[in-house]
Design a protein around this ligand. Structure first.
Ligand code: NAD
Length: 335
């Protein structure tokens, strides 16, 4: 028997390498006449206001300043060009103003395909889901990722893979988001090694960007599973780098949750699975290299245990969580 309720988010998705400059004006004009471009890159939309204060995890005061500018300038559409931090600022503005967003992602974070927003205040990150923050249009131009340093691209791509993996056991996991996640994992596990082998070749970047999109669509539908709960706590409490933390923690969550990994995901990752992929791309290996200290483990365990999703395939205890974090801290070889 198959019983589930699945919601699909409404979005226009344009996939066109090397075509941002040509396509963006028309995509923006469908939604408004006075755009504000949020980016740390150069002039993206000639003649439009460009807003440059982009800060990781969107501090509330940064969002507030940007909202004031949109009001003062009569802005009616937001354009974010950048990674999850640029998209995140656009979402924080949209949350209170309802302004539509055109998102042009330049990493594989996937925020552009979710209705999830995040903001930080006094060192605490708050997140929520709201349809107002879902970008109306995504313009994917894989050529924009050519400047992404390989190391960052790898961490970001593994962050995308984490969306796929967590979609297997997240609270709203269902056959539709699992199918998307498995297709996403397949694209990521073929695209990422190509980026490392041939950084200037667009094909691997297109595959990875496509996989990152599927991953984010799956994740937005399935919700946060154990992996995201762990990384959310680590990022928030210890200020660890987002993509790298995901990249390190993923194999240990898969190790713990191995009874919940469907054959389809294992097939998508191919022979050797995640271990082969991590070796091929030179993935970051230990939380100790990302600023996490062994002495922080007990506090992390205390913060993670209450937020472990009820449907996790394996019961999570202080004992197995401590061991997971210790192994991830040390970078021990995952089984
Ligand atoms: P980021 O946006 O902070 O970018 C990382 C760095 O890479 C920045 O210095 C940026 O300027 C640079 N960069 C980005 N694209 C580049 C390119 N093409 N070439 C050269 N440099 C480039 O990091 P991220 O990993 O993309 O996003 C992380 C943030 O996104 C976190 O705050 C995370 O919580 C959020 N996020 C949110 C969701 C969601 O659904 N709301 C999903 C994933 C991530």
């Amino acid at each position: 028997m198959m019983t589930f309720t699945h919601e699909t988010l409404p979005q226009r998705v344009v996939f066109a390498a090397h075509q941002m400059a040509e396509r963006l004006p028309a995509e923006v004009a469908r939604l408004g006449a006075r755009p504000m471009v949020i980016t740390t890159r150069g002039e993206v939309l000639p003649g439009a206001l460009h807003y440059r204060e982009v800060v990781m995890h969107v501090p509330a005061e940064v969002a507030e300043r940007a909202r004031k500018v949109t009001a003062a300038e009569g802005i009616d559409v937001l354009v974010s060009v950048g990674g999850g931090s640029a998209t995140g600022l656009a979402k924080a503005i949209a949350l209170t103003t309802g302004l539509p967003i055109v998102a042009v992602p330049t990493t594989y974070a996937g925020s552009e395909a979710t209705n999830v927003w995040g903001m930080t205040e006094n060192g605490r990150k708050t997140t929520g889901a709201d349809l107002r923050v879902l970008p109306r249009t995504i313009l994917y131009d894989a050529a924009l990722t050519l400047g992404l340093p390989t190391e960052l691209g790898v961490a970001s791509g593994l962050n995308a893979l984490a969306h796929c993996v967590d979609s297997m056991w997240a609270p709203r996991a269902d056959p539709i988001n699992q199918a998307l996640a498995i297709a996403g994992a397949r694209a990521l596990s073929s695209g990422l090694p190509e980026i490392v082998r041939q950084p200037d070749n667009l094909r691997g970047r297109e595959q990875t960007l496509y996989g990152a999109h599927l991953a984010a669509v799956a994740f937005a539908s399935a919700g946060s599973g154990l992996h995201h709960k762990i990384c959310h706590v680590l990022g928030g409490m210890f200020n660890l780098p987002h993509a790298q933390t995901h990249a390190v923690v993923l194999p240990y969550v898969m190790e713990l949750n191995s009874p919940g990994i469907p054959d389809g995901l294992a097939d998508a990752l191919g022979p050797g699975g995640l271990a082969r992929l991590r070796a091929e791309v030179g993935a970051p290996r230990a939380l100790r290299d990302q600023g996490f200290r062994e002495a922080d483990i007990p506090a992390a365990v205390d913060a993670i245990l209450p937020v472990v999703p009820a449907g996790n395939p394996v019961p999570v205890t202080a004992g197995n969580l401590t061991e997971l974090l210790r192994r991830a801290w040390a970078g021990e070889e995952p089984k």
